[in-house]
Design a protein around this ligand. Structure first.
Ligand SMILES: Nc1ncnc2c1ncn2[C@@H]1O[C@H](COP(=O)(O)OP(=O)(O)OP(=O)(O)O)[C@@H](O)[C@H]1O
Length: 436
């Protein structure tokens, strides 16, 4: 999914409210796969079946991600564990080098910065992590923890830093008298407030918040989120807020980006995303929120199967292998009902979750005795014959190649924009269902 870069002049410091502050352009991050002794090598086989080294195997944790974060907003980034949220956050912060792509902050490519300008920009971009316990040095008093970034950036004298630390402790909802206490004397929520004060100490513009309330009791989460929102207003902050919990995202975000297997699948204004979710993955995620859902019409997708490996992600749409709405291959003239049956048969053969091998019984069970006519029907019949010959792998492969791999979902990467039902913000969706 793409968003155009702003034309902000190089290094221009003043970014107006609502203008692009951070622009992520076609960013990818791949890691060498270190799991298993020889797994970093991938092999093909030669004619004698001996392995030929073909190179290194890569974990494609983030792939071709583009979006913009506007000054003063909270952009929520949501997705299941392992979908690449933290990797993207760390890449934006330049804690990791992007494999490809660029990150612009206030119109300047971060890769072009060095020396004093890099140091200044690092000050402008802060981060809050999930675990408020491990991110605070237990041997340091709270006041010093808050002062440390100011000292590192040569801000104020020691008296000034102490005064600012106490002021910030109060701003984040703590007692400034606790300046001399150690982190262990604070609860989880209070420790996250200390982290907030620390991040704010150097007067940043942009804070990347990676699951900042996930480790807190639900009762405390809303309080910390409200404080973050108050601070945002007071200091004109911009947040990238990462969470796997959609109710947290709904509470804090202005716009929401949904990530699946290293890619953005949907990005929209919060209300638009929650009221008009368009990507089948977003719909499935929303369905998993354990609250009564007035939108539920019994037609939403249910997530099937496991998330594929980011080492060898599916072609086209990465969600297609679990998608309840895989599109009929254009070359077959199938009705919706026929396609639904073909897909159901394909799924059951892949999972091998039946033992029946009699062709008539299979036709009856999966196609109501009416195998589709034409090419599609020939492929289905051939797969049924494979099963009758007890060659399940051949049947699964035949169906996969004849149907799943022929769908536009497997052949083209989706990237569409739809008309929003709520608000005027762009609503981008990486799903071929939006192609008309
Ligand atoms: N240093 C690394 N080397 C190899 N693979 C990595 C590395 N860091 C992350 N990965 C892989 O990249 C993928 C994305 O991981 P990442 O931690 O970014 O996901 P996440 O969405 O933040 O998950 P979580 O919410 O569980 O933290 C995962 O498959 C992970 O195993």
């Amino acid at each position: 999914m793409t968003e155009r870069a702003s034309s902000a002049s190089d290094g221009a410091d003043a970014v107006g409210f609502g203008e692009p502050l951070v622009e992520i352009q076609n960013v990818s991050k791949h890691f060498p796969n270190e799991e298993g002794m020889f797994s970093w090598l991938s092999f093909n086989r030669d004619a004698d079946g001996l392995p030929i080294e073909t190179g290194r195997e890569w974990v494609r944790a983030v792939e071709d991600v583009s979006f913009t974060i506007r000054k003063g907003e909270t952009l929520g980034l949501v997705g299941e564990s392992g979908c690449g949220k933290s990797t993207l956050a760390r890449t934006i912060l330049r804690l990791l080098e992007p494999t490809e792509g660029s990150i612009y902050f206030k119109g300047t490519d971060l890769a072009d910065l060095s020396g004093e300008r890099l140091r200044n920009t690092r000050k402008d971009i802060q981060m809050i992590f999930q675990d408020p316990q491990s991110s605070l040095d237990p041997r340091m008093k709270v006041g010093k923890i808050v002062e440390e970034p100011m000292q590192a950036h040569g801000m104020l004298d020691s008296e000034g830093r102490a005064a600012r630390a106490q002021e910030l402790l109060e701003k984040v909802g703590l007692d400034p008298q606790h300046y001399n206490r150690y982190p262990h004397a604070f609860s989880g929520g209070q420790r996250q407030r200390i982290n907030l004060a620390r991040a704010l100490s150097v007067n940043p513009d942009f804070i990347v918040c990676d699951e900042p309330v996930s480790a807190l009791d639900v009762s405390i989460q809303a309080q910390v989120l409200n404080t973050m929102r108050d601070l945002q207003k007071e200091f004109g902050l911009t947040y990238l807020f990462i969470a796997h919990d959609l109710s947290v995202i709904r509470h804090i975000s202005d716009r929401v980006a949904v990530m699946y297997l290293g890619q953005l699948v949907e990005l929209a204004d919060k209300q638009e995303l929650f009221e008009n979710p368009t990507h089948p993955y977003t719909q499935a995620l929303l369905d998993s929120i354990p609250v009564p859902d007035p939108r539920a019409d019994g037609h939403r997708g249910v997530l099937e199967g496991d998330v594929p490996s980011p080492i060898d992600p599916p072609s086209g749409c990465r969600f297609r292998t679990r998608c309840p709405e895989l599109i009929t291959p254009a070359e077959y003239d199938l009705t919706d009902a026929e396609w639904e049956r073909v897909r159901s048969f394909m799924r059951h053969v892949k999972r091998r979750d039946f033992t029946e091998t009699d062709p008539d019984a299979l036709s009856q069970r999966y196609f109501d005795g009416q195998i589709p006519s034409g090419d599609a029907g020939d492929k289905v019949s051939a797969a049924i014959d494979d099963i009758a010959a007890d060659d399940w792998d051949a049947a699964a492969e035949r169906l996969q190649n004849a149907f799943a791999e022929q769908s536009i979902c497997a052949r083209e990467e989706p990237d569409y924009e739809v008309d929003p039902e709520y608000g005027a913000d762009r609503h981008t969706v990486a799903c071929h269902l939006c192609r008309e």
